[in-house]
Each structure stands twice: as C-alpha cells, then as structure tokens.
Ligand binder design. Structure first.
Ligand SMILES: Nc1ncnc2c1ncn2[C@@H]1O[C@H](COP(=O)(O)OP(=O)(O)OP(=O)(O)O)[C@@H](O)[C@H]1O
Length: 953
C-alpha cells in the first residue's frame, strides 16, 4: 500500500547539517503558508466584504509578526557566548574539527576579542565589517583588506589592538570569515560574541550577534567556578533570550570521573531524545541507535555510579541560579525548551545527539511559534467568517420579515385610526358640545376681562378705526378658540394616545432597526417616515399646541368663525362688548358640522400619511433587497471561497506545527476503508497511545477544501465524550513522489469497531439502545454548537472497548449559516427536504430515526421499502412521497416505533427535539434492560436474531 510508507519514509541524519537542512525544508512549507495567507488576506482586504474595523484585525500581532519575519528571512546561526575566550575558541574548534581559533595560553582571556561571524564561502576569507553594513575597514594602512588562504583565522583579525581599545567603531566591528565547510554550506552560520570588549555589554553583544540571524544560543565554560560577573552576564543573557533556550557547554579538560559523569549525562540526554522525538527518525535507525545507546548506557552505568559529589560545582551554581534544572529534579529539564545538556569534549561534536537535539529544539521553538501565530490568525479569520455568515444569514432572513412587519403594523394602525375617526365623529360632536357648555360662563368671564394687545384703546373703551375693531374682534375670537381648542384637543388626543404604545412603539423600533442594518442606506428615508408618522398620528403628543390635531381643529374653527357675519361697529369695546363677541361665537357654534369637518380633515391627512408611509416603505424595501442580494453574494463568497481557503491554510499551519512537534506517524495495520480514505492503526503519536490515522489524498481543490473544513470544525469543538477525538494532523508532502498530491493524515483516538460491525456481530438490544442514546447525546452536543452533522449513519458511530458510542466523520458537518443547501449524506439516511436545498439541523434527527430502525431491528439489511428501489433516484422519489422503513414485529414495540416515526417525519417541524428523543429512548432502554433481566439476562441477542430471521423470511 503506497500510503503505508508514509510513516517510515525519508531517513534523516542526526548530524547538525541534516538538522539544519530539515529545518530549511520545514521553513519552505511555512513560507508557502505565509505567502498564500498574505495573498488571501490581501484579497479579502481589497474586497468590500468586511468593514474596515474587521479588516484591521486580520493581521499578526506585532511580536508574532516579528518572529515570523525573522524565521522566514534569516538563516539559523549558533551564537556562542562564553565564560572565557578559550572556552569559545575550544567549542568552535570542536565544531569544525580543526583549530580555526588559535589558543595560545590563558593570557588570551585577558585580551580584547571582537565578534566573529563564520559563513559559507567557496574560499577562506576574512574581512572586517561594521554591524549592518558592508563597509570595509582597513585595519592597518596599506594592508590588504581581505586576508585569504589561512588555515586558522588569523588572530590579528579578531584581536582588538591596544590603540583601538577606545575606538567604538573598531570595537563593534565584526570579523567575518568565510570557509567551505559542509556545516556552513547547509546555511548554518556561527557567531562568536565579542570578549572583553570595553563598553560592550552582554545584551549589546546579544543584539549585534542575533540581529540578522535566527539564533541558537550556546554558553560555554571552562572553569570549575562561575564568577559573580559570569553569573550576572548569564542573567543578562537570560533576560535577552526570554523563552529561547540556552545550551550550556562544558569545555573543561576532563578528569576521569568527570568524563564518566559527562558521558552518562550525554547518554541519558540522548535517550530522552529518542523517547521524546522518535518520530523524527526512521524506525530502523531509531532501533539501531536505541540498541547502541542501551549497550553503552549499561556499560557506563556499571563503570560509574553517579553520586552527588560527581557533579561539578559549576553545574550546582547554574542549577542554584535557576539556569538549569536542579539535581533534585532528577536532572530533567525545566519546561520543554529549557534545555540542559553537558556536551563532553567528544571529537565528533556536530554528531553529538545532545547538541543536535538542542539545535533541533531551538529551531522547533521558532517554527512552532510561527505556525502557532499563523494558525491563530487563520482561526481568527475562520471564526470571523462564521460569525459574519451568521450575521448575513440573519440579515437575509430577518430584514424582509421586518419590512413585512412594519407594513402590517402600519396597516393596522391606519385601520384603527380610521375606525377611531369614524367612531369619534359623534363623540367629538358631543365632546365639543359638553366642553362648550361646561366652559361658557368661564369663557365669557375671560373674554370680558380680556386686555387687548398692541392696540390703542382709550379708558372709556373708545376705538379709533374700523380696522382696530376688526383686530379687537379677532383677539377675542382667538382667545375663545384657544381655550376651546385646549379643552377639546386634550380629550381627543387622550383617545389617540392610547395607540401610541400598541402601534407606534414597536413600529418605530422596527423602523430603527431597518435603518441600522445598513449604514449606507439614506437615513432620511426613515427619518421622513417617522416624521410622517409623527404628523399623522400624533406621536409627539407632549408638544400639543403644535400637534396636527390641534392645528386641524384650530384651522377648522377659524374658518368657521370667519364665515360668521361681521359685527356691527361698536361705539365702545368694553366688557359687555367683549362678552357679546364671545357669546355670539359660542351661539353660532355648530358642533355637528365642526366635528364632521374635523374628522374629514383628519381622515384625509391620515390617508395622505398612509400613502407616504407605503411609498417610503416600498423605497426602503427596494434598497434593502438590493443590499440583501449583495449580502447573499458575499455570504456565498465567504462560504465558498474565503472560508475553505483559510480552512486549508489553517489545516496546513496546524499540520506543520504537529509535524514539528511530533513528526510523521508510523502507520501500522489497515483497520478500515471509506470512500475517501484508508484508516490505519498507529501505536502512539503526540503523546497519545492507540491512535487511528485516516490517510486521505484529496484529488482536487474541492476535496481539499471539504477536508479542511471538516478538520476545522472537528478541531475547533471542545472535546466531548460522544465525539471521536481528533488528536492532530500531518501533511505528507512527499506522498506519491514529485508532482503528486500530498496526503493528509488525520490522527484520531482509536476505537474498537463501528456500530454497523457491532450490529452484524449480534450486539444485544440493550447495548444497541445504549449506543443510540450516546448518538443522540453526541448529535445534541453538535447542535448545541450550531453544527449540523449531515451524515449520521451506523458506520459513522464508533464504539470504544466498553461499547460506548462516539460520533465520527464530521466531513459534512457545518454550522447552519455556512451550509449552502448542498445535497450531502448517505442516501437512505437523507431527509426529503435535503433535496430542496433548504434544511436545518432536523436532517440529523431524520437520519437518527433511520439509524434507530437498524438499532431496533438488530440487523443491517435494508428496510424492504428501500430494498425495492432500483437506484438512488428511485429511493429519493419514494422518500419524498413519504415511503419509510416498515415496522418490524415483534422487534419494535409501540414506543420505539413511534419514536422512529416521529424522528423521520416528512415535515421537519414535526420531528422531536433531540432532548425529547433522548428521554423517550432512555425509557425504551430501561425497559429493554429490565426485560432482559426478567428473562434471566444474556442470550437475548441470539433469540432475537432468530426471531428476526424468521420474520424476514
Ligand atoms: N478512529 C477510528 N478508530 C477505529 N476505526 C476507525 C476509526 N475511524 C474510522 N475507523 C474505521 O475505518 C472505517 C473507514 O472510515 P472512514 O471514516 O474513512 O469511512 P466511512 O465513514 O466508513 O465512509 P465514508 O468515507 O463514506 O465516510 C470505518 O468504517 C471504521 O470502521
């Protein structure tokens, strides 16, 4: 089987060069993920699908951005710090297996050495460079800038001369050396930090040496004690490094017991290597190495029993200061990346398992951070898409309903007001009549005492002109009108106001929400709408004098009084005259006419307002429908283009992280096959034993997207006992060789068998019902997360060793908002409405009903009605017509049959909720259990099967 080789492909060497190359390979995938993500996000940003505010969140946080930039642009480099110049020189020489750095004697440690940067070059050259620049410095006037063809790097290139001790430029310059060495050829660089440089602190050295590289930090020592200054430097280094691990390298000349101790540590560390990272290697290689180390370990253990005295004091110092784990912690590392390893002076340093392990972990540290950052971004986008799709879907569903609601409510309001006006005409007449009667005396009194404004009236009440008399008459009339108005209107409005809460409150809220849905929509439409409402229906009753009813009455009365014949010119405008004017007005008041006129005006204004409202609502509807068409288009794009793309990127970033952390899983025997992939067992992966690996090779982008979406939903839901746990994923880019599609390996917890197999193996009824209960619980859980499974069937229910059921295969599982109405599922489990493209999570209840049929039947043969269908189309046509599985007697009691029937009801709304299903099923299960116990327990399965067989026959 071709995919079988996945687990044991691609042998990897354990030397440094291989490690760096391997890192380079993984970085290539990372760069591709970053490149694709950037493209996708740029497209998203330039599209108008999301608001500016949302778009601005689609970026990496600054720290993550920095690390991603560093990992993708910079080569890895060993950055060597040290207690002394000689310890650093010793380490470099060990790495290169030659004396690149000359060591004269201990006095070297008192000299000033500048930083040395070792890179690959076809020839051996050195030059002096300033940090971050290509500027060459002539060290000695007249001497060549490049010094070629050396064996060891000339000391003069690294030593800072006496006369340059105060020259900051010369002190901060770096000696760049190129040499042709396999280690450097694989793009690894080596930086040795400056030593004894006046004014250059450890943190400055750190910044200079880690600037354009991806640092792997080493600290070497060659003395038995660390000085106070060394410890301070180390603390400073630790502060700069943060969570980046530091490898401490012991470069002391070994004494006999020390050698043994160091070798023992080395071997133990190497063992940790294999235990932790076996997936990195080929199986054969691991076994070979393991045996080799086991033998060596046994020999060393016999030779050297470690005692606390064996531990050199420098190690105690490091441990006491918290740089490495304490002896009490049994020499284990603190945290995953806080590595402590003492590398012995083995000749083949860059093949040392310990140092290779450390470098691997440091490089893993970077990759994991990058993958995590990218994955977080992908997840963020996915979550955003899902919420946006939900919002859009809600908008699409709700907006037309809101408009319809507004229309209905306004109609009701209009009708009630019309009725009210008709009913009120008579009331209004008597209201005017009684108001006038009640207040006549009071009115005459007020009119008699009225003082004219802006008019010259003499003490005796003499008036100058005819014109002034007219004005006096008007003022009295105005007074009477105002008073009458106030009383009549107050009573009239009282009845209109009752409508305010029952109609206008909700109507206005509805209009406000329609306005809010789209910021671009002209708010004037709804503002105008509200004004029309205000004008027509008196919503602003508090401003009574300006209300339209008041105005209607006012205008009507005025017209009416103006039609009254003018009074004869009086000689005096005294109290009596004023009372007379008022009395004439009151006497001439025809309540019926006035009431009729008011009502007809009110009606005509009501009609006008209603018309304006309808027109405005139609405009609003048009605008919304245009907008909703666009929203639907956007939702499609989010669902069909952006979400799958981002899901795929999310799958790639998390798979890369899993690969870095746990390596390629080792596939063992095949345990099953589905339509899309092969399932293998795997002993352990990612710290989990007994895994199952589903290997899928998506043939095209559509399958890729489906797989990615499945993986996204499966991984983003919280673990649940009734859902098969997905542990992780790995993408095998080398699957099938060059130019072939990669294989996606989904790692899951390994289950015992599926429900289909269990039923075939005569699982007894109570156990089957118990599994069905588990399925109902699992589906209910998915529904509670807004997800629809869409492929509930026997084979997608897996059983653990206690025969508890878990749902698997979330291939079609989606949030309702992300569903596009695709026709998916397994034919006999598919609800009829699936074909209409409009369905909801009740399709799972339907499928559950069919599953329950099998569970209660106790066999896996097709129901007769389905068996008779020649093909899928025939089946679906029958299902749409209401054809369902038959009742089996005596297997199905009334309770289980009724539960099945209601679950597969043709009308989705008639299907029960899963909580209801669960409680009914629980009763059925309890009864089945009790029945078995009453029959003496066990053996029921065979008997039942016997019955079933005869029934079927
Ligand atoms: N986690 C698992 N543990 C044990 N066996 C499993 C696991 N996952 C799947 N299997 C077995 O592998 C078989 C194939 O599974 P797979 O999910 O590929 O396909 P399927 O669900 O049967 O069909 P389809 O591809 O149409 O969805 C299953 O029927 C089951 O028996």
């Amino acid at each position: 089987m071709s995919s079988r080789r996945l687990g044991s492909s691609r042998a990897r060497g354990r030397d440094l060069a291989h490690e760096v190359k391997h890192f380079g390979g993984l970085t290539k995938h990372l760069k591709k993920i970053i490149f694709d993500s950037n493209n996708c996000l740029t497209e998203l940003k330039t599209s108008d699908h999301f608001e500016e505010e949302v778009i601005s969140t689609l970026v990496l946080p600054p720290v993550a951005d920095e690390i991603v930039g560093k990992v993708t642009k910079n080569p890895p480099a060993l950055v060597i710090f040290g207690q002394t110049y000689t310890s650093k020189a010793t380490l470099v020489n060990k790495i290169f297996r030659e004396d690149l750095f000359q060591i004269v004697d201990d006095s070297d440690n008192n000299k000033t050495w500048r930083a040395v940067h070792l890179k690959y070059g076809s020839q051996r050259n050195t030059r002096l460079t300033l940090t971050n620049s290509f500027e060459l410095l002539n060290e000695e006037p007249g001497s060549p800038v490049m010094r070629n063809s050396w064996t060891g790097i000339p000391r003069v290139e690294m030593l800072v001369k006496e006369e340059h001790q105060k020259d900051a430029c010369m002190l901060s310059a770096t000696t760049e050396a190129t040499l042709n060495h396999p280690l450097l050829q694989c793009k690894l660089q080596i930086l040795v930090t400056p030593h004894n440089c006046p004014g250059i602190s450890i943190s400055q050295a750190y910044n200079v040496c880690t600037h354009n590289v991806l640092p792997v930090l080493l600290y070497c020592f060659d003395k038995d004690q660390l000085s106070e200054e060394n410890l301070r430097d180390l603390q400073e280094l630790q502060n700069c490094a943060g969570t980046l691990p530091i490898l401490f390298v012991d470069c002391r000349e070994p004494s006999e017991p020390l050698v043994a101790h160091r070798e023992r540590r080395l071997v133990e560390d190497a063992h940790e290597d294999f235990d932790d990272d076996s997936a990195y290697d080929t199986d054969e290689r691991i076994e070979g190495e393991r045996e080799r180390h086991n033998g060596l370990d046994a020999r060393l253990r016999r030779r050297c029993r470690p005692t606390p005295n064996d531990r050199p004091s420098v190690i105690d110092q490091l441990s006491r200061a918290g740089f490495i784990s304490s002896p009490e912690e049994n020499g284990r590392m603190r945290g995953v990346l806080d590595v402590f390893t003492i590398v012995n002076q083995v000749e083949d340093l860059h093949n040392s398992a310990a140092i290779v392990q450390f470098i691997r972990r440091s490089l893993q540290y970077y990759l994991i951070r990058c993958c995590t950052a990218m994955h977080d971004l992908h997840q963020h986008c996915m979550n955003l898409f899902i919420t946006t799709a939900f919002d859009m879907q809600r908008d699409i569903l709700v907006t037309p309903k809101r408009i319809e609601y507004a229309r209905q409510r306004e109609n009701e309001l209009f009708d009630s007001l019309k009725d009210l006006t008709n009913q009120k005409q008579e009331q209004l007449r008597s209201l005017i009549q009684s108001t006038v009667a009640d207040m006549t005396e009071d009115l005459l009194e007020q009119a008699g005492n009225y003082r004219f404004t802006d008019l010259e009236v003499s003490q005796e009440g003499k008036i100058q002109s005819q014109k002034d008399i007219k004005r006096c008459t008007e003022q009295i009339q105005d007074l009477v009108l105002a008073r009458l108005n106030a009383c009549v209107v107050e009573k009239l409005i009282g009845s209109v106001e009752l409508l305010r809460e029952s109609f206008l409150g909700t109507l206005q809220r509805c209009l406000a929400s329609l306005e809010k849905i789209d910021g671009d929509l002209e708010t004037s439409t709804t503002v105008a709408l509200r004004q029309i409402l205000n004008a027509a229906y008196q919503v602003e009753v508090s401003v009574r004098t300006s209300s339209s009813v008041v105005r209607i009455i006012w205008e009507r009365m005025k017209e009416f009084f103006q039609s009254i014949k003018p009074f004869k010119t009086p000689t005096r405008v005294d109290t009596e005259w004023k009372r007379k004017v008022a009395q004439t007005m009151i006497n001439n008041l025809d309540e019926s006419k006035l009431a009729k006129s008011i009502c007809s005006q009110f009606r005509s204004r009501l009609n006008n307002s209603h018309e304006s409202f309808s027109t405005s609502l139609r405009q609003l509807e048009q605008k919304h429908s245009g907008r909703l068409e666009k929203t639907e288009e956007q939702r499609m794009k989010v669902r069909k283009v952006y979400a799958p793309r981002l899901a795929r990127l999310a799958l790639e970033s998390t798979s890369l992280r899993d690969m870095v952390l746990y390596g390629m899983p080792k596939l063992e025997r095949e345990i099953g096959r589905g339509q899309y992939g092969v399932v293998y067992s795997c002993r352990s992966w990612g710290g989990v034993t007994h895994c199952a690996v589903k290997s899928v090779v998506p043939p095209d982008d559509k399958h890729w997207n489906d797989l990615a979406m499945e993986f996204h939903y499966t991984r983003s839901i919280a673990e649940h006992d009734r859902i098969v746990a997905v542990i992780g994923s790995v993408i095998d880019h080398g699957y099938g060789g060059m130019g072939c599609s990669p294989a996606v390996l989904l790692l899951m917890e390994r289950m015992q068998r599926d429900l289909h197999t269990a039923i075939k193996a005569n699982m007894e009824l109570p156990e089957r019902l118990h599994v069905a209960l588990d399925v109902a619980e699992g589906v209910r859980y998915l529904h509670s997360l807004g997800l629809v499974h869409r492929d509930i069937k026997l084979k997608n229910v897996l059983l653990d060793k206690h025969d508890r059921g878990k749902i698997t295969d979330l291939g079609f599982c989606k949030p309702e908002a992300m569903m596009s109405g695709s026709i998916v599922g397994t034919p006999i489990h598919m609800a009829p409405e699936l074909f209409s493209g409009k369905y909801d999570n009740s399709v799972d209840t339907y499928a559950f009903g069919i599953l329950l049929w099998y569970v209660c039947a106790g066999h896996v043969k097709l129901p007769q009605a389905f068996e008779q269908c020649a093909n899928k189309d025939h089946l679906w046509t029958s299902v749409k017509k209401g054809v369902r599985p038959e009742r089996l007697r005596p297997q199905f009691d009334d309770a289980s049959w009724n539960l099945m029937k209601s679950s597969w009801a043709g009308e989705p709304s008639e299907r029960p909720l899963l909580g209801e299903v669960q409680s009914k099923l629980q009763d059925i299960y309890t009864k089945a259990l009790a029945k078995r116990e009453a029959e003496g327990g066990g053996g029921g399965g065979a008997k039942e099967q016997q019955n079933l067989k005869s029934d079927t026959l």
